[in-house]
Design a protein around this ligand. Structure first.
Ligand SMILES: N[C@@H](CCC(=O)N[C@@H](CS)C(=O)NCC(=O)O)C(=O)O
Length: 213
């Protein structure tokens, strides 16, 4: 049994929960972080000195933190090809796109766009900075657009771990009131993600609790 610490409104928790859902693993999840608190207690900090969510524990194993590492752990332990290929070269290409997504997409979306537009009071919002950040993210999404115009998924034809690292921010990206550049293949890909039960359950979650008014 997997134990997850982390509120379901956290984008990193969403990536983890989506992965757990895709792999059909049994879990229990504790609401921790943001409004729930609980991530600054000695017990929590003993599991993760950063005080961030998610944290994962598999059975009685050592707690794991850093979402990218947790996802790879789950893939290595429970994933099967083509989600997590057995062949090292093919697996590394999936991993390459997963890493690219974390660094180029998730990190350029969450703080520069989502925090500025949703987790900042309207009176303090810097609309010009938001537009600039959407433009900068858009330039990186051009790379995904080219890829997705030719392939069904980010790392190729199959749904893989890379799609989880890439796709877990797309619900917010497409739902938010921002002016997005045109990326038709990306939009079609996102629409296909919304047909996945685990994506709907763990990623398509209201972020109104996070909104600063
Ligand atoms: N690099 C870490 C970042 C973790 C992180 O920043 N988590 C956020 C939520 S997405 C957090 O714990 N925020 C504090 C809170 O929820 O109280 C990872 O990828 O797991």
């Amino acid at each position: 049994m997997l134990t997850v610490w982390g509120r379901k409104t956290s984008s990193n928790v969403q990536a983890l929960m989506w992965c757990i859902g895709e792999l059909e693993l049994a879990f229990r999840r504790h609401d921790v972080g943001h409004n729930y608190g609980g991530n600054d207690t000695p017990a929590f900090l003993a599991m993760n000195p950063n005080g961030t969510v998610p944290v994962l524990r598999d059975g009685e194993g050592e707690p794991l933190w850093e979402t990218g590492a947790i996802l790879r752990y789950l893939a290595n332990r429970y994933g099967e090809p083509p989600f997590w290929p057995a062949d090292i070269e093919t697996r590394s290409r999936v991993d390459m796109w997963a890493e690219w997504s974390k660094i180029n997409i998730a990190l350029n979306f969450t703080v520069p766009i989502f925090w500025r537009a949703v987790r900042t009071a309207p009176k303090d919002r810097d609309e010009a900075a938001i537009r600039r950040a959407v433009g900068e993210l858009g330039a990186r999404l051009d790379i995904a657009e080219t890829r997705l115009a030719r392939h069904a998924h980010l790392a190729g034809e199959a749904f893989t771990l890379a799609d989880i690292q890439f796709g877990h921010v797309l619900y917010r990206y497409f739902d938010m009131a921002i002016e997005r550049p045109g990326h038709p293949a990306l939009r079609r890909y996102y629409d296909r993600l919304t047909e996945r039960a685990a994506f709907r359950e763990h990623v398509m979650i209201s972020y109104e609790d996070l909104r600063v008014r």
